[in-house]
Design a protein. Structure first.
Length: 94
């Protein structure tokens, strides 16, 4: 269970770092001209899908199925990103 928790935050953190942080802003801007890759690197859910597949090959696969790993990572990233976005906007629902 601890491995799943670590894997989840590894995927979420790496996806958010690459797609939304100011550290990688210049990298994202350089890929703006490439239509599909530029969109991929700006979307945390899209990036988490592919990051989970890469992590499954190199680090750990919680379910031993790349498809389930990718769906799990994308869903968890969507929930955590929505929660963080709501907290940042000081939404009363959070």
């Amino acid at each position: 269970m601890l491995e799943l928790f670590i894997w989840t935050f590894y995927i979420f953190g790496s996806s958010m770092l690459l797609s939304k942080s100011s550290i990688f802003k210049s990298t994202r801007e350089s890929f703006k001209e490439y239509s599909w890759f530029g969109k991929l690197i700006r979307c945390p859910m899209c990036l988490s899908f592919w990051a989970s597949i890469g992590a499954g090959f190199t680090y750990y696969s919680p379910s031993d199925s790349m498809w389930i790993d990718a769906m799990l990572a994308m869903g968890i990233t969507w929930v955590l990103y929505s929660f963080c976005w709501g907290m940042a906007l000081k939404d009363e629902r959070f």
